[in-house]
Design a protein around this ligand. Structure first.
Ligand code: IPM
Ligand code: MG
Length: 362
């Protein structure tokens, strides 16, 4: 197993260090190599995704990624901004299937901005295409308008597009994931307005014929955004495009009250994967040793499950995380009265200790 470790910016290095600690206690054989991405890569290599990082990522079986983003580089030309590191990795490795679970941990129900009875037991999965749509569609840019409301004026434009194979493959991933869960899938689009979305809807409907055992429906993005805060537990799996998925996955993460807890996976057709926390680089708390490492630790668990077929080891990590929460330890982002506030490193240590304890007990 070869793992490319890419800590990135902000709290990236701190949270990745804890995930590595946890991986090291599992007695698995793997090789790791580190690489730079994001603002730190720009600072030393004048590019957010240096060639060496891309090469390492391509050659690895999996990439364990921290986070990128640094306000100091937000004024650079777009291709040089930190975010291009993650967009470039998705694109060059073909990581089209972005899996974003949103789970409300029982002990954290109170941390949600929604009433406990709405989110208690929430366990859903958003499957977002991550290599298509208006994110990557060409042409894009600025030009002088030849038509529209103000011909002759400067305008910015992007292109929303999806091809049949792109929609088919993400739909298959989603139906198969639904089969492994509660067999319900909602496809989200804006087919009442957009051609791309009507095409998406037609193709996903075609694919649904292969999965008669999965209860399937469509929902418009605006309604989905509303249903997510109204009755989130109605959802099992959502499949959607890049842009809508970006927005809905942040919304769903926040419902759980613990964006610091949520991992994600981005897979390509050969099950090579990139694993990263759903949260960002949090530059405001970088270096303070207070970031929540659990999303990254859980991302490492997803990596073991999806890229290395080590479901057993993944379960051990996940159950250790639950134990640590049950024991009352909390980083500041999920802290509430009556619990024990700990820093990044102590949280990682606690997960390691729990795994060790269970190994001796079992
Ligand atoms: C995400 C992020 C990225 C995205 C940014 C950093 C480019 O918001 O992973 O959701 O929009 O995909
Ligand atoms: Mg996002």
């Amino acid at each position: 197993m070869k793992i490319a470790i890419v800590p990135g910016d902000g709290i990236g290095a701190e949270i990745i260090a804890e995930a590595i600690k946890v991986l090291n206690v599992l007695d698995l054989k793997f090789e790791t190599e580190f690489a730079l991405a994001g603002g730190v890569a720009y600072a030393s290599h004048s590019h957010p995704l240096p060639e060496a990082t891309l090469k390492l990522a391509r050659e690895a079986d999996a990439v364990l990624f921290g986070a990128v983003g640094d306000w100091r580089y937000d004024q650079l030309d777009r291709p040089l901004r930190p975010e291009q590191a993650i967009l470039g990795l998705r694109k060059h490795l073909g990581l089209f299937a972005n899996l974003r679970p949103a789970i409300c941990y029982e002990q954290l129900v109170g941390a949600s901005s929604l009433k406990p009875e709405l989110v208690s037991g929430l366990d859903m999965l958003i499957i977002r295409d991550a290599t298509g749509d208006v994110y990557f569609g060409q042409p894009r840019g600025r030009r002088t308008a030849v038509d529209g409301h103000f011909p002759g004026a400067q305008e910015g434009f992007d292109t929303m597009r999806y091809s049949r194979p792109e929609i088919e493959r993400i739909a298959h991933v989603a139906f198969q994931a639904a089969r492994e869960r509660n067999r319900r899938l909602t496809s989200v689009d804006k087919a009442n307005v957009l051609e791309t979305s009507q095409f998406w809807r037609d193709i996903v409907t075609e694919v649904s014929k292969d999965y008669p055992d999965v209860e399937f429906d469509h929902m418009y993005i605006d309604n989905a955004a509303m249903q997510l805060v109204k009755a989130p537990r109605k959802f099992d799996v959502i499949v959607t495009g890049n842009m809508f998925g970006d927005i809905l996955s942040d919304e769903a993460a926040m419902l759980t009250g613990s964006i610091g807890m949520l991992p994600s996976a981005s897979l390509n057709a050969s099950n090579q994967g990139l694993y990263e926390p759903s949260h960002g680089s949090a530059p405001d708390i970088a270096g303070k040793g207070i970031a929540n490492p659990l999303a990254t630790i859980l991302s490492a668990a997803m990596m073991l499950r999806f890229s290395f077929n080590q479901a057993d080891a993944a379960n051990r990590i996940e159950s250790a995380v639950k134990d640590v929460l049950a024991s009352g330890l909390r980083t500041v982002d999920i802290y509430s009265e009556g619990t024990t506030k700990v820093g990044t490193c102590a949280m990682g240590d606690a997960v390691v200790a729990s795994i060790r304890r269970k190994a001796t007990a079992g």
